[in-house]
Design a protein around this ligand. Structure first.
Ligand code: AMP
Ligand code: MN
Ligand code: MN
Length: 329
């Protein structure tokens, strides 16, 4: 199997997983709800099929996702063990696995990548990439149907969270009738939808509000009114005592400004290391903008990591964004 490359065949993915014995699963660095929810949901399903399952993540499960059934089982990094299949979820490039988990890609095991990002190249032995899926969780739903696994409340809760978070609670453009059909089926399993949304969106640690307080004065807009950004540097982060996950929603503020097409969040995740989150409202493909800086993502949400002095990085990226909106793409 290892040398036999296979693309976009869900039955093929199901076949590889059905014949596996020991499976390790992981999503991406700075994990989000889709990455964690998809990892746990597929892991629990494989366990129901009698597989030995190891759940992993390059970074710890953020506090806001610790309510997920199975979250306590997610290891950080690469646990010792013998695996025959490695399932990589919600990652468009190997880099997104972080250094430790990437090492598994060189081992003699079958690598399966299940993802919904737009990618130029596949990196696994078995790839299932569907950029039309609003969340990797949507693909996992189809995969479980394909494998004949009965959804239970724990699996359904993880999948529902994956779908809710990656669609911005069903607001984003990628949300389709199918997304809603799957969400409805998950609710029918007993998932407490409004309770989950309350936990995700309306119950925040105080740090989130302190971050907002510190960052809002940095909100800026270009002279053309189409590019807006907000910043959170290392010093502010130290002062507030915030973690990455407390800063995720900042990008929503420049994005909300009427007339803005490209919104960006610049955050220094360690001194000299700047993570840029990019969002567009109607027409700019921010995946392409992020690609100029070796990042990636989707048309309306993308990101990249740039090394350099905070203000210098900001200047370069803002300039590139202004050029892109001027070209109108
Ligand atoms: P974020 O800004 O972290 O919420 O990410 C928005 C989207 O872009 C998500 O789908 C990410 O998976 C993707 N993304 C973020 N950073 C990167 C990166 N450095 N490389 C590739 N994709 C990224
Ligand atoms: Mn993700
Ligand atoms: Mn995703």
């Amino acid at each position: 199997m290892k040398n036999h490359r296979q693309n976009n065949n869900l039955a093929g993915v199901a076949g590889v997983l059905t014949s596996a014995n020991s499976v390790i699963l992981s999503g991406h660095v700075m994990p989000d709800g889709d990455s964690i929810g998809s990892t746990i949901a597929l892991g629990l399903a494989l366990e129901k099929m009698g597989k030995k399952v190891t759940l992993s993540s390059p970074h710890a499960v953020p506090e806001m996702y610790r309510f997920l059934p199975g979250a306590h089982r997610v290891h950080q990094g690469l646990p010792e063990g013998e695996y025959d299949v490695f399932v990589v979820l919600d990652c468009s490039v190997p880099d997104r696995l972080g250094d430790r988990l990437q090492k598994l890609l060189d081992k003699d095991i079958t690598v399966v990548n299940i993802d919904h990002h737009q990618t130029k190249e596949t990196f696994a032995h078995v790839n299932y990439i569907d950029p039309k899926a609003a969340a990797t969780g949507e693909i996992i739903y189809d995969l479980l149907v394909e494998m004949g696994v009965d959804l239970d409340l724990d699996i359904a809760t993880n999948l529902y969270t994956a779908i809710v978070t990656d669609t911005g609670a069903f607001k984003y453009e990628g949300t389709t009738a199918n997304t809603h059909r799957k969400a409805a089926a998950l609710l029918e399993c007993g998932v407490p939808g409004s309770r989950i949304c309350k936990l995700l969106y309306d119950e925040k640690p105080i740090e989130v509000l302190k971050v907002l307080q510190a960052a809002l004065p940095t909100l800026s807009i270009s002279p053309c009114g189409k590019v807006a950004w907000i910043s959170f540097d290392w010093q502010s982060r130290q002062r507030v005592g915030a973690r990455d996950e407390h800063t995720d929603e900042l990008v929503d503020y420049p994005r909300k400004i009427k007339g803005v097409e490209v919104a960006m969040l610049f955050r220094e995740i360690s001194p000299g290391s700047v993570k840029v989150s990019m969002r567009s409202n109607y027409y700019v493909d921010v995946n392409k903008l992020a690609a100029q800086f070796d990042g990636g993502g989707h048309k309306r949400a993308a990101g990249c990591l740039i090394q350099g002095e905070f203000n210098a990085v900001k200047e370069r990226v803002i300039e590139a964004a202004i050029q892109v909106v001027q070209r109108g793409t």
